[in-house]
Structure formats: C-alpha cells, structure tokens
Ligand binder design. Structure first.
Ligand code: BGC
Ligand code: NOJ
Length: 812
C-alpha cells in the first residue's frame, strides 16, 4: 500500500495523507543552517551542531507522535486548522505534502480557504524561509486570522532537556515590529541570537509559551489562538516562543502571501549591543531584508534548484527501469548529501545530542558524495584525519562545532583506521588530486605533531598490520563495523554501555571482517604508494595483503567450510561458525571478503555467497546473521542483547546488503546482484509502505528480520551508511562506472534482462556520454569504443584536453 507517489519530473515525493505510518521527513539546508521537517510540519532547526546550537525544540518519544514543529494556524470562524494538519489535527478538505530536494511544500484546504506553504533554507544564508500563501477559493469574502508558532530551544539541546532548575529562569526575548528575537544567555557569554519575523505588520504576538498555549494546553489547542487574540506577552524565564498574529481579509479568489524568516545571527563580541542590554539587530535586519518580497524568495528558491540541477547532473542514468533511474538520479544521491551533512547526529531516530560525526561513518559517507562536492570531501578527510591518534587508532566520533575527537561513544574500534584509507582513496580516484597526501595534518588535533596525510594512511594500515591475534587475523578491539560485537567488554550489569564499558582491547579477540577490509583497502593503499613512487612500500603492503588473503581462506583461521568465520572471541572461540549454536553465519565477512576479491579463484567466494542466499536471505533483504541469538552472551556483547530479528541481532541491516550485491558483481552474477539491490530499495519497497513504514524515498538503517514480530518493518531512516554503499553499488558496480586512479572504468554487471542503458558522468572536468549495449549479458565488456576508437580493457584513458567524450560499451 502506498501513501503517496513519486513525481520524478519535479524530483519530489508527493505525500497524499498526513497519516503516514511514521513521520516522513525531509532535510533543509546544506551548509551550516539545518532543519528537519516532517510531512505534518514537525521538526526542528539548528546551526552547525544539533546538540550545541539548537534553535527550536523538539520532543522525542512523545504523543501524539511528532510533537513540535514550526506551525501555522488558520482561524476561520470557529474552525482552527493547520496547512500540515498537525498539531490541531483538524480534518482537511485537501492535503498534500511534497518533499523535494532541499525544500518541502504543503497544501491544506479547509472551508474554501487554501494555504500553500513553501519552506527551504537558502543556499547562502543562515535562515529558513517559509512562504505562506492563503487563497480564498470560496464565493464570499473571508476574514481569517493567521498565527505562527515556534518554540525556542535554549541552545544546548542536551542541557535544555535536563537542567530545568536553571533554564526556567534564563529565557529572554526582545520584540521589534514583526521581529521576535530569542536572546537567552546573550547577556553573558553568547554572542548569537535567533530571530523569527514576517514581512508584514502584525496584529499581535506572543513570546511566552504559557500565554500562547494556556496552562495545561498544548500546541494542538492553543488558548490564545482559540480566543482569536494573541496577548503580546514578553517571556521572562520559563519557555520563550515566537508567535505572530496576522488578521487578513480575502475577497473571493484573492490570494495573499507572507514570508516568514527564522534566522540565526552571530555578532562580533565588541559589537553585541545597540544600547544597554538591547541587542545589535543590524545583521538580523539585513538578513530579513533579503527575503522580504515574493520576488526575492522566488530568486532564492531558483538558486537552490539550480544548485541541485548542477549536482545531480554529475551522474545520471537513463535505463528502461524507472525505479533505478529515480533512485540513481535523485533520491539516493540526495540521501548521500544528507548523510554528509548530518553524519549520525540529527534525525527522528538520532536525537542530535548523542552521536556527532562518526569516524568510520563519515569516511564511508564520503564514498557516496565525493563526486558531488569533492572540495568539501577533501576538507572532511582532513578534519577526520586530524582526530586520529599517532599510533593510527581513532576516536570514534567528533563534534562538528569543535572538530575535536571524543570518546563519548567509545574508541579503539579495530576497523576505524582502515576507513580513512577508503575515503582518501575514493577522493583521489575521483579527483586525481594527490596533493591531499602532502597536506600536513595534526594527530589528536595537536598541530605540534602534524604529519602528512600519507603518513596518517601509513599509520592506519600499519596499526592493523601490527595488531593481530593468535590466527594472525586483525584484533577487533572494542568492536569492528558491527558496533555490537563487543568481544572484550564482558558486561554483566544493566545499564553499562557496551560501547564504553570494560576493556576495549584484548590480545585474543579477532575479526575476519577486518581481514576482508585489510585486503580491500590494503590494495587501494598499495596503489596510492605506487602513485607516490613508493614501490618498495607498495610491495611490502601487497605481501601483507597476500598473507592476509591466505589466512582468510585457511580453514584453520578465516574459512569455516561453507562460508567465512565472523570472528574469534576473547577465549579464542569461533563466532559465526557452523560449530556455534546460534549466530552460525554473519553477512559482513561474506560480503566484504568477496568484494575484496578473496576466494574468487578458489571458488570459496561463490560458496560464501551461495551460503548467504541459502541461510540469510528473506523477501525483505539479507539478514545480518542466523540463527538469531535467543540468549544473552556476555562474551559477545550487544549483538546478543537485542530481541531476535532486530538491529544487529539478525535484523536486515541495509548497510551491508550492498556489500553482498557488490560481491555478486565481483563474481559476475548480475541477476543476483540486482535481486539483492531491489529488496531494500525504497522505490521498490514503496509498494509495501504499510509494512515498511519509513519514508519510501530514502533508505533506513534496519528492517526487522525473519525472527522479529514485525518482519519487514523499517527503522532508523535517513542517517545510515546504506545511502553511500547502495549508491556505490548501483552506480559503480551494477551500472559499472567506476573511478580508478587512472581514469573512469566501465564494466557493468546487470541482470540478463536489464536492457541497454546510458550514463552521463562528469569526471575530472570531462563529460562522458556512455552508452551500453547489453546483449543479454550479465558481465563482460567485449568492446570499448572511445570517440570512435577501440580501446583495450575497461578504463577510458583520461584526456583533460577534451570537454566531452563519447563512449560505447558492448557487453559480451
Ligand atoms: C547500535 C549500533 C550503533 C551503536 C552506536 C548501538 O546500540 O545497535 O547500530 O552503531 O549503538 O554507538
Ligand atoms: C550504526 C553505526 O553508525 C555504524 O557505525 C555501525 O557500523 C553500524 N551501526 C553497525 O553496528
């Protein structure tokens, strides 16, 4: 069952009812000012850091679902309604929400009044612009009142939700004309404030929540709105808000347009005040003046759309499969950009106060957006590497505002160092820019111990190479990609965090998965060494990789007979083996070892993938492990803490489904690669939205596995490495347009009935127009013709002097 439809021409998902199974959200902003916005106008806004500079409040885990947003109320006689249906939940005659690329639109119609809202964050300003157009579609004149409402957060969202003894006394505001200023803590150490304004004179305002809502009321029945009259309250402590009232008369057929701007302003410390305790509003007034007419809003909206046109023209596909076209050309790339901006910090499942920018997560996200914004990818790599320790290990996260690493969600994860190689290699393969390797980059943000980025990569590889266990496999440390495989932690008390409790290191617990990563990224590191002319180092790295490959394929170490072992626990016991009672096979080493090419020649690769299909596959995707753990294992940790079928305990973790699909392309099975791709692909799961429940235009982190009560139900949408990996999978492996250090390679692996297709790819300043004649073949390039001339192999020779290159690929 569907709750809306795709409008590909406008790059929008059109939601036809406010009663979606879960809030279906969108993200606004792409630089420093961000908002989350749901299909009922829920959500919140922050500047740079969702924890430290939160502008508006949100209430997680509340009822009715999705509480607090930026709301407009319309009072028409005794009827009060909202264009996005919430929070009054008054039935609408018509409703529509269009989530687009960096903007959302709402249409609400009630009793002959139509309200259209367009909301977006302009490309170059720290504000959110919402244009509300009200139209009288009835045959009689209408006098209505419009109210706006936002609730301020007192900046630090964590403190805001806990420290009431202080916070109920600190709130301060100012009002000037139609502009309401939130200036809590500005008197003391802050030099920033927020403003919410409208480009028209107002009848009244409120800035104290209790006056607007009334005691024991909530946003669904605000007393002042029901009374039709805001009270001009001035907040003093408690909960400051911003609410405007506009009284409007509309003739039949008449429309009126209002532009609301929510902005963030920073003043120089020496220029904070206009007069004693009156804030300097000049920059705010300048900002508001930039969006005070419809024409200015139209121009800013056009600029936003132009920016996305350019970005989304870098990789486009034209195939006979609409769903593939839609995901590749629009939604998958859009989600990659959102994960770049948010990492795992702010979604409807990540509170914005828990996790910041993950080391491993950000490196992987980069694989999905590096082609779109290579300069920012470069910056990101340097930021991430700057938090690395001198021995090659890493903090697991950093806060975007400070860019300093912290151990709040643990450290010592055995896989982290290698992801830095993955991200850097992707950047160089995309751009050809090797100067990044010579950049001086600090360790642990200490400039006095800076070394080149190349040295950082060397230490990444070196750390894993020199930290091996009894089977010569890499030590797992706190955990590896699977945060829940806590083999050294041994937690027995409720409430202990698996991510930080107990030792994060041990000399015995090993990870086969990191072994697979070591092969994949060791090879990429060796190629980078070659590029730098370091042939001896490259040879040494390749020797280590060859040794690791043998270990992985050895039945006394990495190989279990029909699939790869997952790990060895701190007692030396196998994890993910037929010898185990539960958790006999895990997805990660099968996907990653095979995508790294391990076992391709020996047949073990195919065996491992056949086992995945036989043991882990479901109609909704490939599960992370089987059989699920039914009892808690202190030697395994969090993985066995979840009820069977959820999250890392036998859920369908969407992130590593593409690893399996890529692995299938490595052994040439296009039918199966695409079958795996389809199962978690939003454009396909849209049809079962009532089961899947999360947004049908983007990926979620996890779908409940076969053991779960709600098999097929998605959770944790938006902020997941799934976005990057599925884009890598479909664009680089299935459609097969892969950036190498030497140039673009075209080597598709598609289902036998996929048909011919074409890809346009802008790469290192050249536009490649690639057409593929598939000939019913799943993999294999018979002919590569570049501008009319036949070329050997699959790599198009890079020629910077050309603007466009025509490429014909004949499979066979
Ligand atoms: C989750 C993991 C996540 C980790 C982050 C765990 O509770 O199951 O998916 O990576 O927390 O710290
Ligand atoms: C989510 C985390 O963000 C990611 O880093 C981790 O790899 C997966 N969960 C699996 O545990």
């Amino acid at each position: 069952m569907k709750f809306g439809h795709f409008d590909d021409e406008h790059r929008e998902y059109v939601i036809e009812t406010p009663k979606t199974p879960l809030p279906w959200i969108n993200y606004l902003g792409s630089k420093e000012f961000f908002s989350l916005i749901s299909n009922t106008c829920g959500g919140y806004t922050f500047y740079k850091d969702a924890k430290l500079l939160r502008l508006t409040r949100y209430r997680y885990n509340d009822v009715p679902m999705d509480i607090n947003g930026k709301y407009f109320y319309i009072k028409d006689g005794d009827t009060v309604w909202n264009p996005g249906w919430k929070p009054t939940q008054t039935d609408l005659d018509e409703y529509e929400c269009r989530h687009g690329i960096g903007y959302s639109k709402f249409k609400g119609v009630k009793n002959g009044v139509r309200a259209d809202v367009l909301t977006f964050v302009p490309v170059n300003d720290n504000c959110e612009v919402s244009r509300l157009v009200v139209t009288n579609d009835s045959s009689a004149e209408k006098s209505i009142s419009i109210f706006s409402y936002v609730e301020w957060c007192l900046w630090n969202a964590d403190d805001d939700s806990r420290n009431f003894q202080r916070n109920f006394s600190t709130g301060e505001v100012e009002v000037k004309g139609s502009a309401i200023y939130h200036k809590t803590e500005y008197r003391e150490r802050r030099n920033h404030y927020a403003v919410y304004s409208v480009n028209a004179p107002i009848t009244a305002f409120d800035t104290a929540r209790d006056s607007f809502l009334g005691l024991y009321h909530y946003a669904g029945d605000p007393e002042a709105v029901l009374n039709g009259k805001l009270t001009n309250s001035m907040a003093s402590g408690w909960s400051p808000i911003a609410a405007h009232q506009l009284d409007v008369t509309l003739k039949p057929g008449e429309s009126k347009s209002y532009v609301f701007v929510l902005g963030y302003i920073e003043n120089p410390v020496e220029d904070k005040w206009e007069s004693h305790n009156v804030i300097n509003k000049k920059p705010a007034e300048a900002l508001l003046a930039k969006y005070d007419t419809d024409a200015k809003v139209d121009a800013a909206f056009a600029e936003l759309n132009d920016q996305w046109d350019k970005l989304l023209n870098i990789y486009t596909v034209d195939s006979s499969n609409d769903k593939v076209n839609r995901m590749v050309n629009i939604w998958n790339q859009y989600q990659c950009m959102v994960t770049f901006n948010m990492s795992r910090s702010a979604s409807y499942y990540e509170s914005g106060i828990g996790r910041g920018m993950g080391f491993r997560d950000s490196c992987q996200d980069l694989l999905g957006f590096v082609h779109l914004i290579p300069d920012r990818a470069r910056e990101r790599i340097i930021d991430i590497a700057s938090t690395q320790f001198q021995d090659g290990r890493a903090y697991h996260q950093y806060q975007p505002l400070t860019k300093k690493g912290n151990s709040d969600i643990g450290s010592g994860f055995g896989d982290d160092p290698l992801w830095l190689i993955a991200g850097t290699s992707a950047y160089i393969r995309e751009t050809g820019d090797t100067t990044i390797l010579d950049e001086m980059v600090p360790f642990d943000n200490d400039e006095s111990v800076a070394e080149t980025l190349m040295e950082h990569l060397r230490r990444s590889f070196g750390y894993v190479d020199t930290h091996r266990g009894p089977h010569r496999l890499p030590l797992i440390g706190r955990a590896d990609w699977n945060d829940c495989l806590n083999l050294n932690c041994h937690s027995t008390q409720p409430g202990e965090s698996f991510q930080t409790f107990g030792p994060s290191e041990g000399p015995v617990a090993e990870s086969v998965f990191i072994g697979g990563m070591f092969v994949k990224y060791g090879n990429e590191y060796a190629d980078i060494c070659d590029l730098k002319g370091l042939t001896d180092e490259a040879a040494k790295v390749r020797a280590s990789v060859a040794e690791m490959t043998e270990i992985l394929l050895d039945s006394g170490a990495g190989w279990d007979g029909e699939w790869f072992v997952r790990a060895y626990d701190s007692y030396g016991g196998k994890v993910g083996s037929k010898d185990c009672e539960e958790g006999q096979i895990y997805i990660e080493p099968q996907g990653f070892c095979v995508l790294a090419g391990v076992g391709k020649e020996t047949g073990q690769a195919q065996k491992a993938l056949d086992s995945v299909k036989a043991k882990l596959d479901t109609k909704y995707g490939v599960m992370i492990l089987q059989p699920a753990y039914t009892v808690y294992h202190e030697e395994l940790g969090e993985v066995s803490s979840y009820p069977p079928g959820y999250k890392e305990n036998a859920g369908i973790f969407c992130h590593n489904n593409p690893w399996v699909s890529i692995a299938e392309t490595v052994i040439g099975r296009g039918d199966r690669a695409f079958e795996v791709y389809k199962k978690t692909c939003p454009a396909y799961t849209e049809e079962i939205s009532e089961i899947h429940r999360t947004e049908p235009y983007i990926y979620c982190q996890m779908v409940a596995g076969a053991d779960a009560k709600f098999h097929g139900e998605g959770k944790n949408s938006w902020l997941t490495g799934t976005a990057a990996w599925t884009f890598v999978n479909i664009s680089q492996y299935i459609l097969g347009v892969y950036p190498t250090l030497k140039g673009l390679s075209v080597d598709p692996c598609v289902p036998a009935d996929f048909g011919d297709f074409s890809v346009k790819r802008v790469y290192r300043g050249v536009e490649y127009d690639i057409t593929v004649k598939q000939n019913g073949v799943q993999k294999g390039v018979k002919q590569l013709i570049v501008d009319g001339a036949q070329v050997e192999g699959t790599v198009i020779p890079y020629d910077a002097s050309k603007k466009t290159v025509k490429v014909e690929v004949v499979m066979g």
